[in-house]
Write a protein that binds this ligand. Structure first.
Ligand code: GDP
Length: 325
């Protein structure tokens, strides 16, 4: 494994979740900066099912950057088949978590290598072979994002329960109201040395257009990382995941409404102001620039909707401008 694969020498470090981050990173690669970039990837969504270790955000980025992602879904592999899932369902298994047949191969490989004693960082580099961006799991330890939700019950008051992130996201299709989000184990899990080095050495740190509370906060909850990113605030640029008060995809809007009573670009500004000096906001929100600035973060207005590789490359180009100018 060479130095570049481990990410230490990279000029750009991108804090990353899944789909939004993967699209942004495809833009970074198309803009010609893939080899200069390391991605620190959330593992709070990771889960074990059927004895297999599943890392959704790492796999979404890997499949996207290798050009094999299911473009419509934004995750999973294109041209996937679901024979294993059909067999499970035939046997009466609920099989609520969609696992494609070839995708299962990735999880089998990862599970075997981890059982042999390899770290998640090593296995990820093996799986991401050929990808220019260095993919760095935020930790080789165990962190589980836990979501406290109100589960509706037929004809009765709802029940407040804490569930695993994937149960919330996939089993319940992120429909229940969220009342709390926690990152179990984050206070004890160490960020890897590769992550600390990548964040410490980068000339530019980017917070990808990801879900702040489900994808970025698990990373910043690891010991020392919030302080490290805040100490480099002058070099940190965040990209909004909210456009005109709406999440492009997923439950972010509903979660912000529930936990922060507001879900617009000013909410994103207040969340990221301690960590980033610039917030890239969408042209649709240009009129909110003064509010963003008042939250203590400089707005940079551009088109942020990544409708394809070209749009993602244009967005990446604007973000990387700071580095190249
Ligand atoms: P997940 O872990 O797969 O949910 O993915 P992320 O946390 O990386 O990204 C989810 C967030 O990305 C959502 O809040 C979306 O609003 C945001 N997002 C997705 N696509 C785009 C886009 O094209 N532009 C912007 N600005 N945000 C996006």
């Amino acid at each position: 494994m060479n130095q570049a694969r481990n990410g230490g020498a990279r000029r750009v470090c991108v804090l990353s979740g899944g789909v939004g981050a993967a699209k942004f990173l495809s833009g970074v690669v198309a803009a010609g900066a893939g080899e200069e970039t390391a991605a620190v990837v959330n593992t709070g969504d990771d889960t074990s099912l059927y004895g297999l270790r599943i890392c959704p955000d790492l796999d979404t980025i890997t499949y996207t950057l290798s050009g094999r992602v299911n473009q419509q879904a934004g995750w999973g592999l294109a041209g996937e088949t679901y024979g294993a899932r059909q067999e499970l369902q035939r046997l009466g298994d609920e099989a609520w978590f969609t696992l494609g047949d070839r995708d299962i191969g990735t999880h089998m490989y990862r599970t075997r290598r981890l059982a042999e004693g390899a770290t998640l960082t090593q296995v990820t580099a093996e799986i991401a072979i050929g990808i220019p961006v260095a993919l760095l799991p935020m930790t080789d330890g165990s962190v589980a994002t836990r979501v406290t939700v109100e589960l509706p019950r037929d004809g009765q008051p709802h029940e407040v329960v804490e569930i695993d992130f994937q149960e919330y996201f996939v089993k319940y299709r992120h429909a229940p109201r969220v009342v709390r989000i926690g990152y179990r184990g984050a206070d004890r899990a160490e960020p890897t040395p590769e992550v600390v080095e990548a964040l410490g050495a980068a000339e530019l740190i980017v917070i990808a257009p990801s879900n702040p509370l489900l994808s970025i906060w698990p990373i910043l909850s690891l010991p020392g990382l919030a302080e490290l990113v805040a100490s480099r605030r002058d070099r940190v640029v965040a990209v909004t995941p909210i456009i005109a008060g709406k999440a492009v995809k997923g439950p972010l809007e509903a979660i912000l409404d529930s936990l922060m009573h507001q879900s617009d670009v000013a909410t994103i500004a207040s969340l990221y102001a301690p960590y980033a000096s610039t917030l890239v906001i969408d042209t649709a929100d240009a009129g909110r620039s003064a509010e963003v600035a008042a939250a203590g973060i400089e707005p940079l207005v551009t088109s942020t909707l990544m409708t394809g590789t070209r749009a993602a490359a244009d967005l990446a180009g604007v973000v990387l401008e700071a580095l190249w100018s």
